[in-house]
Design a protein around this ligand. Sequence first.
Ligand SMILES: C[S@@+](CC[C@H](N)C(=O)[O-])C[C@H]1O[C@@H](n2cnc3c(N)ncnc32)[C@H](O)[C@@H]1O
Length: 280
Amino acid sequence: MNIDAHTGNVVNFYDTHPINEQQILEKLRADGIGLATLNEDILQLYDMDHYDGVEAIDVLAQKAGISATSQVLDVASGMGGPARYLAHNYGCRVMGIDLTESRVEGAIRLTELTGLSDRVAFRTANALVNPFSDQTFDVIIGQEAWCHIPDKQRLIAECVRVTRIGGHIAFTDILEGSGLNSGQREELSRGMGYVDLGTLAGYQGLLAAAGCVVEEAENLSARWAVILRQRQEMYRSLEAQTVARFGEAVYRRWDDVYTLFVGLIEQGQLAGGRFLARRR
Ligand SMILES: C[S@@+](CC[C@H](N)C(=O)[O-])C[C@H]1O[C@@H](n2cnc3c(N)ncnc32)[C@H](O)[C@@H]1O
């Protein structure tokens, strides 16, 4: 698959994802929460698309030393849950970039609803062509998103370029573990938009080569195996909504590929990792 076809595949994956802006708004309504009373303390329970909820964001924020004066960039920010959470809880300013326009538009609208638009902004952009100047940010974060990005060397180089000297890059990602066969690789690429997955050692090498000190690299696989089973149940609980919005075939394809994904994590063929690096 060439990069353009891959990009289209990722955008389509997120345009038809079971977690989306409409689904979040419907869940809020079903729970009796009016938009006039919505705030970040409530929305943070509904809008995250990574593993381990706000605790995972706190771990990254604390390791990277995010404070009220920090300028943070979330690379592949999705619907903006982590960006809003960081601005609300740490007082920092956060910019999010994401490839998928529907995600960026949803992120902007959800941010307006929480009154955080003065400190949190989003732009449609490919992380491989980061639109910001050198050394713009104190901290770069990313969560369960860089697995979709084809050229990890360029991705890391772009992240390092926009980080100020002494600033941090803190991220979690889905990794290749003990290895995949070509059928599994193809299925994950077609069904979930995963491409050229990084490894624990691979990311450390890329960060070091791009001018960083790698301060931590942790294997999160055991924890993620538990979380992913629970997430599959959550996605299955959204079956009626997903079928109504995107059709039966999309839901079935989703469930099949997610079943494969969870199995591969449980068997160690895929892995999870958390990285903390400082720009020298
Ligand atoms: C699982 S979501 C993560 C969202 C967010 N980190 C969160 O925790 O809620 C992955 C996101 O990566 C974005 N993405 C994929 N490839 C990208 C690229 N090359 N550049 C920027 N964003 C990309 C997708 O559009 C999607 O919104």
